[in-house]
Design a protein around this ligand. Sequence first.
Ligand code: PMP
Length: 407
Amino acid sequence: VELFDVEKVRADFPILHQQVNGQPLVYLDNAATTQKPNAVIDAISNYYREDNSNVHRGAHALADRATVKFEAAREKVAQFINAASPQQVIWTRGTTESINLVAASWGRLSLQPGDRILVSAMEHHSNIVPWQLVAQATGAVVEPIPVDGNGNINMIAFDTMLNARVKMVAVGHVSNAMGTINPVERIIALAHAVGARVLVDGAQAVSHWPVNMQALNCDFYVFSAHKLFGPTGLGVLYGKRDLLEAMPPYQGGGEMIESVSFSGTTYNQLPYKFEAGTPDIAGAIGMGAAIDYLNSIDRKAAAAHEQALLAYAEEKARATPGIQLVGTATHKASVMSFLIEGAHPADVGVLLDKQGVAVRTGNHCAQPIMDQFGIPGTVRASFSFYNTFAEVDRLFAAIEKAKTFLL
Ligand code: PMP
């Protein structure tokens, strides 16, 4: 039974209705970036057509309008993730910058030589390297939490790793490489029990289901607008208020100050303390429009549709000789990573593209887990609610054709 009206939402995404290499586009690279509905494209272009101005410093009508819309977008994000206050929603350039901000600001404030930072072995590079940088600067160490062959965090191993020297646990809510949904609630509770802080990388989670900061009780949560049907170049850092208040600024400049003098500068209040310089005003307004759009569709039905697409695709993969699924966790978001035995993922990707099917190939910025599995990478098909069962069929027909070229 199809409860979700896919054709209705597809009509909202103009980019989907095009031919690629002579075939109707099948866009299955949603984990890399999602497409944008008209509402987002229009909000951004209307902002530049009608309201463009700098924010927070205007003594004129356009500046007031831009500021009101920019701050309204922040409030939409705060409501969307159920943050206690919009002051705990900080605009960044993306997930990557959000994690770098926490690693640099919280890390330099809080880490001592010998302190431990735990990250899962399946993390995206952006949730590994910033921690390595701050570890080098402070004498802390970064340790991987073991991941098993199905792509699940080994929770028993994690529990044994925890002690009072663990100051930060940084984990993905959903793995971009395999789709594993990590048990973040349990991870947060265990980490908090030894006094550690927890950063959850929500880049791959927020597009699939609602997240709730006050229920989750994580210390930091980060994501990118472009993976949530919004524009590129913008992201969010959510943090607990007492931590954000205590943290030093990440970058200096305009907007983040209260008063500047050569005898001493004082900093602005949250969230502006962390927002040096002119922000991505149009991007924030686009993000707000994306949230309005998501609030206008039936997200429960959308999530059920995505899960049905994943189940259908994985069933087909299991029935196809020579396909090996990578990442077979019980709880997965709609990401299917796989290999075709005897073929390099990059070659498969090229042959699928020739047939109009867009997937991602490679290590998905998660080289450690690929190394652990002894593979160079995978082919990754990642589904969004605007994908159809017919597109899954197109994927498998294209795989069959690719196999005749490759094997
Ligand atoms: N973490 C995860 C789990 C991701 O999937 C990505 C994007 N591939 C990132 C972090 C980095 O996001 P961005 O490039 O938007 O900063």
